[in-house]
Design a protein around this ligand. Structure first.
Ligand code: ADP
Length: 279
C-alpha cells in the first residue's frame, strides 16, 4: 500500500489542512495481473479455435476430390498426403495441449533410461529433415563425441530436440542455415540448436519459455502454433534435471541459439567404456 499526503481546500480554494490517503496498490496490481491473464486466456482460446478449425477446410476439399469417379492415382496420392499432413498437425497440437495439462497437474511420468544423446539427436534430426528440406535450409551437424550418455525418456528427449529444430526451421526464412552441435561440457551434455533466422526481440527473450507467449502475431500466426512448444521443452528439460537457455541479438538474420544442458551419466554396463573394463 502507498500513503499520499494531499492538501485539502474548501470550496473557495482556501487551504484548510492535510489528508492522508492510503492506496492499496497490491490489490490494484493483483487485479491488473488477473486482467492480463484473462486477456491471454481469451486470445489463446480464440487462436486454439482457429488452429483446430484451419486444417478442416483442406481435409474437407481433399475428401470431395477423393469422391470423384475419374480421379487419377497421382491426384489421389496428393490428396491423401494433404489429409495426412493436416491430421498430423492437429494431432501434434492436441498432444501438446494434453502434455501441458499433465505437466501442470504433476501427472507427467518420465520413463528414464540410460540414453545415448548422440543417437537421440541424430534420430531427431532425421525426423525433422522433411520440414528442414521443405524450407530449403542447410543443416550443419557438429557431433564429435562418439557417444554421450544421459538419463532420459526416449520420447520426451526426441520431443525436446524436435521442437527446437522445428522452431529453427519455422522462424528462419527459406534458404537459411540451421546448426546442431553436441558435446560434453564438464558433468553435462550440451546440445545447441542455432539458426540465422528472424531472431528474438529483446523484449520477448525473457518470456520466450512462458506458456502461450508468441512473437510477432503475423509471423507466429503464419507459422501456426500456440506458444506451447518452448514452455513444454523447458519443463521437460527441468524434469530431466537439466536447464535450457535462449540467446539472440534480436536482429533479423542474426538468428537465435538454444542451449540445453543435461546431466551426464555412466554408460550402461554392457556398452561403451564399462564394457571394456577387465573382468
Ligand atoms: P509457437 O512456435 O507455437 O509460437 P513456441 O513456444 O515454440 O510457440 O515459441 C514461442 C515464440 O518464440 C514463437 O512464437 C517465436 O516468436 C519465438 N521463437 C521460438 N523459437 C524461435 C527461433 N528459433 N527463432 C526466432 N524466434 C523463435
Amino acid at each position: 500500500a502507498s500513503v499520499v499526503i494531499t492538501a485539502v481546500r474548501d470550496h473557495s480554494g482556501r487551504h484548510i489542512g492535510f489528508a492522508k490517503v492510503t492506496r492499496d496498490l497490491t490489490e490494484r496490481r493483483r487485479i491488473s495481473v488477473l486482467e492480463e491473464e484473462g486477456r491471454r486466456v481469451t486470445t489463446f482460446l480464440a487462436m486454439l479455435g482457429h488452429e483446430l478449425r484451419n486444417p478442416l477446410a483442406p481435409i474437407v476439399s481433399a475428401l470431395t476430390i477423393m469422391e470423384m469417379e475419374s480421379i487419377e492415382s497421382a491426384t489421389l496420392r496428393m490428396t491423401r498426403d494433404v489429409i495426412a499432413r493436416q491430421v498430423d498437425q492437429m494431432r501434434r497440437l492436441i498432444d501438446d495441449l494434453l502434455d501441458v495439462g499433465r505437466i501442470t497437474s504433476g501427472k507427467l511420468r518420465l520413463d528414464l533410461v540410460p540414453l545415448d544423446l548422440r543417437e537421440a539427436t541424430l534420430e531427431a534430426i532425421e525426423a525433422s529433415e522433411p520440414l528442414i528440406r521443405s524450407r530449403s535450409h542447410t543443416l550443419d551437424v557438429d557431433i564429435e563425441c562418439p557417444e554421450l550418455w544421459v538419463r532420459g525418456d526416449r520420447t520426451r528427449v526426441a520431443q525436446i530436440i524436435g521442437n527446437l529444430l522445428t522452431n529453427a526451421a519455422k522462424y528462419t526464412p527459406p534458404g537459411g542455415r540451421i546448426a546442431v552441435r553436441l558435446d560434453e561440457a564438464g558433468l553435462n551434455a550440451e546440445l545447441s540448436v542455432s539458426d540465422n533466422g528472424i531472431g528474438i526481440p529483446p523484449k520477448l527473450l525473457p518470456q520466450v519459455f512462458d506458456l502461450f507467449v508468441q512473437g510477432e502475431q503475423d509471423v507466429a500466426r503464419s507459422q501456426g502454433g500456440l506458444g506451447l512448444g518452448l514452455s513444454l521443452v523447458q519443463q521437460l528439460v527441468a524434469l530431466h534435471g537439466g536447464d535450457i537457455a535462449a540467446y539472440s541479438s534480436g536482429h533479423p538474420g542474426k538468428g537465435s541459439e538454444f542451449i540445453v544442458r543435461l546431466p551426464r551419466t555412466q554408460p550402461p554396463a554392457e556398452t561403451g567404456a564399462a564394457a571394456q573394463k577387465p573382468p
